[in-house]
Design a protein around this ligand. Structure first.
Ligand code: BGC
Length: 411
């Protein structure tokens, strides 16, 4: 058994997104969707982890655990509450958050858009709207002008490929759900123009999203700072089982390859992986009989991240950050096992020559898991929903210790 030592400048972080932890993100499309009759969301996000107010203690705690980076998103719906109206107070809020990171020796990686969209943009067709790429780029530029000197890295869009992935993974179509026309109507658009980032038809939205990313990279870089800029992708570790070659190639391309080939000009690709899925001639397969599962019913397969960083690096030609990796589980012993094996698989890929620059656990806190509400526990820190008291789990101590040592024992 040998230790693998990570490069000196490797960053170790945790990740969150504004809507999932801040609370009361009332000007976003998600807030509206959470409150619709027959909503797809099992419960509304409410106060979430009240991270909007509690970030000083939260960031201090992450630093104390041993982490030296934090990936979080700034909320477009707060920063530009109406088209063209930018809130200096909200930009200043995020400036204070970034400053708090620096005070604690934490490199902040900022995501400009993590699933939630301002209501006004949804009224104009959201991620199906022609003007969206320019609007997104304008917001990114304004935010970078105000915050860029404190940013350590930037992700434009989080998982723009997720709706394509959901198209294969879900047994039903979101736009055929009864709440869909209601949601569209709330934003004053016909159902086929309801451009939700999470649920819009991926084929229709693809060009708007790719163009939004490209313009955003240009806009962020035009401000003149030199932090790395990229996007993050949800990459399932698809594995081909004999006979499934054709489908495997098609599904992997339609759910990620089609983005990975269009990242020229970016500085990195962010990889986010939670499990594997095998594909045979009949399509996506269930987990093997008797396989260990996570709380979402997916296969417990920590080494999937090692496989996806290899694929992403090869398909994009770019350096990789693991911008999210983690486990939904009530059992933190299972989570410690997950992180050990997952990080070993990343170390193995690095040993084999893959350029990985950092690793972020998803997530810092138990938080609002979108349609599934507060049930799934992804956090390395628990949050009491009534009192907002934070409790550090052993998995936080475990990864924090690896971060401090900057090495892992290989098995
Ligand atoms: C998203 C997170 C989400 C996580 C776990 C990723 O798809 O970026 O927002 O909570 O996966 O499902």
């Amino acid at each position: 058994m040998k230790d693998f030592t990570f490069p000196n400048n490797f960053i170790w972080g945790t990740a969150t997104s504004a809507h999932q932890v801040e609370g009361n993100n009332i000007n976003s499309d998600n807030w509206v969707m959470e409150h619709l009759a027959g909503s797809a969301f099992v419960e509304p996000s409410g106060d979430a982890c009240d991270h909007y107010h509690r970030y000083p203690e939260d960031i201090a705690l992450l630093a104390k655990l041993g982490f030296n980076a934090y990936r979080f998103s700034i909320e477009w719906a707060r920063i530009e509450p109406e088209e063209g109206e930018f809130s200096m107070a909200e930009l200043e809020h995020y400036r204070r958050m970034l400053a708090a990171c620096h005070e604690h020796g934490i490199t902040p990686m900022v995501t400009f858009h993590h699933f939630t969209t301002p209501r006004w943009l949804m009224r104009e067709g959201g991620w199906l709207g022609e003007k969206t790429p320019d609007r997104f780029a304008r917001y990114c530029e304004k935010a970078t002008r105000h915050l860029g000197d404190l940013m350590g890295g930037a992700c434009t869009l989080n998982e723009p490929n997720l709706s394509a992935l959901l198209g294969y993974l879900l047994p039903f179509k979101m736009n055929e759900q009864p709440w869909w026309p209601l949601a569209a109507d709330t934003f004053g658009v016909p159902p086929d123009r309801f451009g939700s980032f999470l649920f819009a038809d991926p084929t229709q939205a693809h060009e708007v999203i790719v163009s939004s990313h490209r313009k955003a990279v240009e806009a962020i870089k035009s401000v003149g700072y030199d932090f790395p800029v990229g996007l993050t992708l949800a990459l399932v570790d698809f594995q081909c089982i004999e006979g499934g070659e054709g489908l495997f190639t098609k599904i992997r391309y339609n759910t990620g390859g089609n983005f990975l080939e269009r990242l020229q000009g970016d500085d990195f690709v962010g990889v986010q992986t939670y499990t594997r899925t095998r594909i045979n001639a009949d399509g996506l397969m269930d987990p093997p009989e008797g396989a260990e599962k996570n709380q979402m019913g997916e296969e417990f397969y920590p080494q999937s991240i090692g496989n996806t960083v290899r694929y992403a690096a090869e398909a994009s030609g770019l350096p990789v950050y693991v911008t999210e990796n983690g486990l939904a589980s009530e059992d933190d012993t299972q989570r410690v096992k997950f992180y050990r094996q997952a990080i070993q698989s990343v170390a193995q890929a690095m040993q084999d020559g893959v350029d990985v620059r950092g690793y972020f656990c998803w997530s810092a806190f138990d938080n609002f898991e979108w349609v599934s509400g507060y049930g799934p526990k992804f956090g390395i820190i628990a949050v009491d929903r009534e009192t907002q008291v934070r409790t550090v789990k052993p998995s936080a101590e475990y990864v924090g210790k690896l971060a401090r040592a900057n090495k892992i024992r290989m098995e």
